[in-house]
Design a protein around this ligand. Structure first.
Ligand code: C2G
Length: 710
């Protein structure tokens, strides 16, 4: 076991992943390695991390390229410096299972190269796998082309002798597909390719392809451009070499069907991509596409003959046929198809507005107050509300449509205006003239989207999808300067920020009087002789049944609370709209009131004397009332340090005490006047920071900016 291995790690702006990557390399149980880290002109903190590893581990050395040249160039420099008998490549955003190299070295024997297993990971759990390597088996890949088409050199051990013999090098002209030049000679020469399942390499699926994409996330057009360069170059170089030409043609066909054809779905991109694709396709041997279906064969023929007109005819029909087939498979897909092919072609209704709050769950939040102002003052508009259940009680003559029904799609396609407090479904398209007023649903404490620094996420596409969805927003409401700054970075929002306060908070100024409060308490059957504590916590990212359905159980002792506070207070429980659990309050009916399904939390703010929350944005709004707030933060460390991260220092900046137990809650409530006095200064400062734009007429100001009158 004395084979000396050169591990080549190429780095370009991957500071957030690099430590995990290099740790996994230095911690390999196979120790007989040199680690050559090629810094390909990184401009983030990568260089410092590399230095730390060099200091800590004498096997680490680096090559500093000063300027970014691309991974092919960087790997070639690594090969030139390598002194090992074997080469092993690593990408600096990935990481290795600790036996990855060991299991390859053990298995390679006299083979010129051997492959391991690459596993994609998008969250921590994906990398927690059991590997049984009590018996390591070397297996032969049955389908040579299937391996080649992966076009990867990762988690493979290559003998240096073979690299020299075939002068294996990566292409340096392109960012993507530089591996083709390195791999092709091997696949021509060796018809048998072997692999070891027990060697595992983790390919990280990056969750922020907008701020820092990996090469494969650069987009299909970039992939096409680079592929065509490498393909043409290799076709020229291997002219007459039948095996090489077949492999190259197969790759082109494979990529056409899996990636490039999708570019051609977009009418605005066909013209520019056609030429590139055609210039590759005219070099393909028509024999190679005999196995394709008739429609694809026609497309390929049109491409190779540079006939754009007939290509467009075939490709449009191809996409139409595919979508129609899909649309027949479910009602949901059929609606989307009708939306796209029929409704979007109907004229835009200049005076129609679709409103939605909390994904159709409530008649609440800023869309509600904007609507109510418009019902009174803009009767010439047609109003539509999107709800999950169409039985809401609302003023005016709005049409209620069931979210994601055919009627919903009809209005989403034809209404000029959308007003919503959350993101819209990804498949909705914005058409010319359409105006989207995004109200958002809270001043942020918890870090949002692009400010979330998590390396793993529940949905690896979250950031990309958020980015796409938020590009459709024309107006965004920020209720205070603090939110305005955050939204610009967290959402990468650069259109019109409306800085007039929150429409949803107007009611806190208009209805903060005893008549309204008594009326509300009576309506909700809350005893008039009791003071009210509102408990409104947020949700936890890691406690869920399924996406969108979160768990919550009360973490305080209701018995104790009732015993100590029951004479003077009642408690209103208000769960976040993501919480699926139905809270059990049996036995506490005269003390605890479950208000989780009540439409609008603003009424609950108005009737309560004290708010207890945790990390929910509700306390920002509640502070408009200048009433006492307690922060029941029993899981602060976990929530702040592992799950989210905060924009403000919760321990020093919020306008109330952090309490961690039932006893501390009771203590604070019984001494609420003292708490109020103690926090007066902080509360005032907080109020100035958060509530200075609120005036009770945000709805009016915003409506006047967005909706033209007659
Ligand atoms: N909400 C509610 N009841 C709760 C919690 C929240 O009615 N128990 C409503 C409030 O209007 C609150 C909004 O939902 O402002 C957002 O809830 P948060 O708990 O702040 O959490 P989240 O939905 O993740 O939004 O910028 C704000 C963030 O996006 C937070």
């Amino acid at each position: 076991m004395d084979k000396f291995v050169s591990v080549i790690v190429t780095v370009y702006n991957t500071a957030e992943f690099l430590e995990e990557c290099l740790t996994s390399v230095t911690n390999q149980i196979y120790q007989n390695v040199e680690i050559i880290v090629v810094n390909d002109g990184s401009t983030d903190g990568s260089a410092e991390i590399i230095e730390q590893f060099k200091k800590a581990d004498s096997r680490c050395q680096s090559i500093d390229l000063h300027e970014n040249h691309g991974v092919g160039f960087a790997r070639n420099r690594g090969i030139e410096q390598a002194t090992g008998e074997y080469i092993y490549f690593v990408d600096s955003d990935d990481f290795l299972e600790h036996r990855a190299v060991e299991n390859l070295v053990q298995s390679i024997g006299e083979l010129p190269f051997i492959l391991g297993r690459n596993k994609r990971v998008s969250n921590k759990e994906d990398s927690l796998i059991e590997i049984d390597d009590s018996e390591i088996r070397v297996r032969r890949h049955k389908k040579l082309f299937k391996v080649f088409q992966n076009l990867t050199v990762l988690n493979s051990l290559f003998s240096m002798e073979i690299i020299r013999e075939h002068s294996l090098r990566f292409s340096e002209e392109t960012d993507c597909y530089s591996e083709m030049a390195f791999l092709l000679p091997l696949y021509i020469e060796y018809k048998n390719v072997y692999y070891v399942r027990e060697s595992v390499y983790f390919l990280r699926v990056r969750n922020d392809p907008i701020s820092n994409p990996s090469l494969t996330q650069l987009g299909r057009e970039k992939l096409l451009t680079d592929f065509v360069v490498v393909y043409k170059q290799l076709k020229e170089q291997y002219k007459g070499n039948n095996t090489a030409e077949i492999l190259l043609d197969k790759i082109l066909l494979h990529l056409y069907r899996s990636k490039f054809i999708l570019i051609m779905r977009d009418a605005t991109k066909i013209n520019s991509s056609f030429e590139q694709l055609a210039s590759a396709m005219e070099r393909i041997d028509p024999e190679q596409y005999k196995g394709q279906n008739m429609l694809v064969r026609r497309e390929l023929k049109a491409l190779s003959k540079q006939n754009l007109k007939s290509y467009k005819r075939y490709i449009n029909f191809h996409h139409f046929a595919r979508e129609t087939k899909q649309s027949l498979s479910s009602k949901k897909k059929m609606y989307r198809q009708i939306y796209k092919d029929v409704f979007l072609k109907r004229p835009l209704k200049e005076k129609t507005i679709v409103f939605e709050s909390f994904l159709g769950k409530n008649y609440a939040d800023s869309p509600r107050y904007i609507y109510e102002y418009m019902v009174e003052n803009y009767p010439e508009y047609e109003f539509v509300w999107s709800f999950n259940e169409t039985n809401h009680d609302l003023p005016g003559n709005a049409k209620q449509v069931k979210r994601l029904s055919l009627t919903y799609y009809y209005y989403m396609a034809t209404a000029k205006y959308w007003v919503s407090n959350m993101r819209q479904p990804l498949h909705l398209q914005k058409r010319e003239g359409n105006v989207f007023l995004q109200t958002w649903h809270g001043t942020p404490l918890k870090k949002l989207v692009f400010d979330m620094n998590e390396v793993y996420s529940a949905n690896p596409k979250y950031k990309q999808q958020f980015y796409e969805q938020s590009r459709l927003w024309d107006y965004l409401i920020a209720s205070n300067p603090y939110s305005s700054d955050i939204f610009k970075s967290a959402f990468k929002f650069d259109k019109v920020m409306l800085e007039d306060g929150y429409p949803r908070n107007d009611t806190l100024y208009i209805n903060n009087n005893s008549d309204y409060i008594t009326k509300m308490k009576t309506k909700l059957n809350i005893p008039l002789d009791k003071k009210v504590i509102l408990y409104a916590p947020t949700w936890r990212d890691d406690e869920f049944y399924e996406p969108g359905k979160y768990r919550f159980n009360l973490k305080f002792d209701l018995n104790k609370l009732k015993e100590k506070l029951g004479d003077e207070y009642v408690i209103l429980l208000r769960m976040h709209y993501f919480i699926a659990d139905d809270l059990n309050i049996e036995g506490y009916e005269d003390f605890v009131y479950n208000m989780s399904t009540y439409e609008d939390i603003a009424d609950l703010y108005l009737i309560s004397d004290i708010l207890i929350t945790d990390y929910s944005s509700v306390f920002f709004d509640y502070s408009n009332l200048r009433r006492p707030i307690l922060f029941y933060t029993y899981d602060l460390e976990k929530y702040r340090d592992q799950l989210r991260g905060f924009y403000i220092d919760i321990e020093s900046e919020v306008p109330g005490p952090l309490v961690k137990t039932t006893d501390e809650i009771i203590e604070a409530v019984l001494n609420i006047d003292v708490v109020t006095e103690d926090y007066k200064e902080k509360y005032d400062a907080f109020y100035d920071k958060i509530c200075s734009w609120e005036s009770g007429n945000a709805s009016e100001k915003i409506v006047k900016k967005v909706f033209p009158k007659q």
